[in-house]
Design a protein around this ligand. Structure first.
Ligand code: COA
Length: 157
């Protein structure tokens, strides 16, 4: 398992991974209507190649099969963070997060923040994030509960 930066040709796998994970993993915490709005039938509702190339997107590459990915924006915002439905709870998210935090250090960021799903909240707590607030957000006509979370990093002396 290698953690590396996103390459444009990964877009196809990421689109499918996102769809499968939301529909099969996040369904444990959200309704069918919610996951349908979150991961629409059109898996290219987002221009994966373009968006993922514009930020620091790390992928876990298992000999060509993408097992997970996480996106860091230069503001310290962690956007999409998903592991493949068949690679859950095997430490892959932790490896991707390690790459993100290392990049944040390199960029001199002192804070990482995200909006974590109910599903991902225990993961981010494990990484030292704290909950700023529980919030309700609208996506595709559905209301979702998620958690604004943040982590302060050591600042350079
Ligand atoms: C969040 C996610 C990326 C984490 O990836 P992962 O590879 O499964 O996580 P790891 O195996 O590295 O977990 C590290 C630690 O986080 C915590 N953790 C992760 N998933 C957990 C769960 N479902 N319940 C409780 N704790 C959990 C545990 O402390 C775990 O350590 P342990 O397995 O030794 O107990 C993955 O669960 C996922 O794809 N979730 C669905 C997509 C999603 O909601 N993404 C966020 C969108 S906002």
């Amino acid at each position: 398992m290698k953690i590396r930066l996103f390459q444009e040709q990964d877009g196809v796998q990421l689109a499918q991974l996102f769809y499968d994970t939301v529909r099969e993993i996040n369904i444990r915490d959200y309704s069918l209507n919610q996951v349908k709005a979150w991961a629409p039938e059109d898996i290219y509702f987002r221009d994966w190649a373009k968006v993922c190339s514009q930020r620091f997107t790390y992928v876990a590459d298992d000999e060509g099969a993408i097992a997970g990915f996480g996106e860091l924006e230069s503001s310290g915002h962690i956007d999409c963070f998903y592991c493949h439905k068949d690679y859950q709870r095997r430490g892959i998210g932790s490896k991707i997060y390690g790459a993100i935090e290392a990049k944040a250090d390199e960029l001199g960021l002192n804070r990482l923040y995200t909006e974590a799903s109910i599903t991902a909240k225990p993961f981010f707590l494990d990484k030292g994030f704290s909950v700023v607030r529980e919030q309700q957000v609208e996506r595709g006509g559905e209301i979702f509960i998620n958690y604004a979370m943040e982590k302060f990093l050591k600042t350079a002396v």
